[in-house]
Ligand binder design. Structure first.
Ligand code: URA
Length: 237
């Protein structure tokens, strides 16, 4: 980014004034006075104006992606498998995924460039509801449903109460909607495994009040104003 744009985007002054300040020797980059107005600033450069370090205000971006199966929830993958970043490549801001969906899980994934928002949504103390549609093998007996609702041992950890309802009972599988308030690794798959039902398909349909709706697989959308207001309220507690 051009130095004058960087200074202006920190809310210090206009670009023109930034050029004047630069020419007059009031601007330092990485501790050295810079008088060259066309200078570019790279990520990691420290810019000072009249002795004060400045930071440009970046616009907050919050995205809802419908993640397809087969994509890794990671910014990059050492094995060069497709990642969710491949699906949001045209977003100029440096967004990153909030939490994680398994490679085999599809559905709602939030991406943002706001670290504080990401922490708020993933920290267990906030108990954000995450809702999934799971197709599991076999029949889910009342006893198993009761155990899942109450909390099950998934290997060294007992899950806290979950909400669950059966949507459809087919011949060999059961379609269930389950809401959990934690985010342990593979939690939903491990919960069903703990009662003896294997998850054969898993889709996340909501995070808090953010809904997947009819967003097409592999597509993303920016969050709406009401969604951003809702997240703002959550952040304020
Ligand atoms: N629980 C799982 O088992 N997998 C996911 O991807 C998300 C929740």
């Amino acid at each position: 980014m051009r130095l004058n744009k960087y200074i202006a985007s920190a809310g210090i002054c206009s670009r023109r004034r930034a050029d004047a300040l630069t020419e007059d020797g009031n601007v330092k980059v990485n501790g050295l006075v810079v008088r060259e107005m066309g200078r570019d600033v790279k990520e990691g450069d420290v810019v000072e104006v009249s002795g004060r370090v400045i930071r440009p205000e970046t616009e907050r971006v919050c995205i809802v992606l419908n993640k397809p199966k087969g994509y890794i929830t990671s910014v990059r993958d050492a094995q060069k498998r497709p990642t969710v970043m491949d699906l949001v490549g045209d977003i100029p801001e440096r967004v990153f995924p909030v939490g994680r969906l398994d490679c085999d899980t599809s559905g709602l994934l939030i991406l943002t460039n706001d670290g504080a928002l990401s922490q708020m949504l993933t920290h267990p103390k906030h108990r954000i509801r995450k809702t999934y549609r799971a197709r599991v093998g076999g029949v889910l007996s009342d006893g198993r449903i009761a155990r899942l609702k109450k909390g099950v041992d998934i290997g060294g950890f007992v899950t806290s109460p979950a909400e669950l309802r059966v949507l459809r009972q087919a011949e060999r599988t059961t379609l269930v909607e389950i809401s959990i308030f934690e985010g342990k690794n593979h939690q939903v798959r491990r919960m069903f495994a703990a009662v003896g039902n294997k998850v054969v398909e898993l889709e996340r349909v909501a995070v808090g009040e953010i809904l997947l709706g009819r967003l097409r697989t592999g597509h993303y959308r920016k969050m709406t104003r009401p969604e951003l207001a809702y997240l703002g309220e959550l952040s304020r507690g």
